[in-house]
Ligand binder design. Structure first.
Ligand code: HBI
Length: 356
């Protein structure tokens, strides 16, 4: 067991932890904190005021929230509101850096990357999305040049979007497997999980389920109401397929009964946590071979990868889903996506930074 490290994890400035505004980062921070503490490390999380994170020590920092990056264009200039919580978070880090062996940034924002060279305590960056803007790409490539070991990402595909994949440590993701119960004998329905928003491609799953004449259960946050209305107009059955945004216990109770999870991302999904949630329940994954899911699904064993945007390909995979092995799905989750597996990957990454 390596020595206990004092780690400062700095959260996303788009919203307090617990608000859901931080999306996948909230789950990553919680899982990382729990996994690393179980291995004896001291974890402090700095996040916007109003944050809470289970029983983890959170330093709450005030200030104006940062506009989200994933709805802006490639040439958006760097934005910093007055009294920005992002600036205040990094002032806190600068003032307290001597209390930590390593500072880990989880914000997808320009400032922390730019500040890397000005810190005495090493700053590492876990990048949580693919390439979205020129300004961010430039800041990430600058860190890749100066500190090639300081960048982490969920998947290789995601890292490749920045053009400096070799400078990234690939860390994948994890879930708390104890919250997911294996199911060997599902019903007929397929599942679709995710934010209901155009980049998630729900229309393809609805079309494939209609052609295959199997029910589809839709779960997730209804983020784009006009998009949802278009789907309901085009697929009259959509409305009664929608089961809402459920907390994990209720979500997995529905998911585990499904024959497969269908993932239809239109964008490069950095990871796709819903894929490992399905595997943890023994549910195979049918996914477009795009982004994170392409690095998770074991073809023909724990699911099927399909030519992106090919609805007929989804239909063909649905017909072959029983060739997959539900026990192998659960085993893959236990081997690669447990909290302990994640913590060990991050711990090894941190040691390469602290020791060099
Ligand atoms: N936008 N500006 C900004 N900063 C973030 O850290 C950020 C974001 N949008 C989305 C987001 N983080 C997370 O939901 C994803 O990283 C998962």
């Amino acid at each position: 067991m390596p020595s206990s490290r004092r780690l400062l994890l700095i959260s996303t400035p788009v919203g307090p932890l617990g608000s859901g505004l931080g999306g996948g980062v909230e789950l990553t921070l919680l899982n990382l904190s729990q996994g690393l503490r179980a291995r004896g490390h001291q974890i402090t999380v700095a996040a916007p005021s109003g944050s809470s994170l289970a029983d983890v020590t959170v330093v709450e920092v005030s200030g104006q929230l940062q506009p989200t990056a994933h709805t802006q264009g490639r040439n958006t200039p760097v934005i910093l509101p007055s009294d920005s919580v992002l600036g205040n978070l990094w002032r806190y880090a600068q003032q307290h850096q001597d209390q930590f062996d390593l500072i880990v940034n989880l914000a997808y924002d320009w400032l922390p990357f730019y500040l890397t060279e000005f810190f005495g305590t090493p700053v590492a960056h876990f990048v949580t999305m693919g390439s979205l803007s020129e300004a961010m790409d430039e800041a990430i490539r600058q860190v890749a040049r100066q500190f090639p070991k300081r960048l982490g990402a969920y998947t290789r595909t995601q890292a490749e979007t920045f053009g400096v994949a070799n400078a990234f440590e690939i860390l994948s993701s994890a879930i708390d497997l104890e919250q997911y119960n294996f199911c060997a004998s599902p019903g007929d329905a397929l599942a679709w999980l995710g934010r209901i928003s155009p980049e998630k491609g729900l229309e393809d799953a609805l079309e494939a389920a209609a052609i295959a004449q199997v029910p589809l259960k839709i779960l997730g946050k209804l983020e784009d109401a006009s998009y949802w209305q278009q789907l309901c107009d085009r697929f009259p059955q959509a409305n009664h397929c929608y089961l809402g945004f459920l907390p994990t216990p209720e979500l997995q109770a529905v998911l585990r009964q499904c024959r497969a999870l269908v993932m239809t991302p239109r964008w490069v999904e950095a990871f796709g946590n819903v894929a490992i949630e399905a595997l943890a329940c023994g549910v195979p994954v049918i996914a477009y071979a795009r982004g994170g899911p392409a690095e998770i699904v074991q073809q023909g064993k724990t699911g099927w990868l399909v030519e992106p945007d090919d609805v007929q390909g989804l239909v063909g995979a649905i017909a072959r889903i029983d060739q997959c092995d539900r026990h192998a799905c659960r085993r893959q989750a236990e081997t690669d996506y447990s909290l302990e597996a994640l913590a060990i990957r991050f711990e090894q990454w941190f040691e390469t930074i602290i020791q060099n």
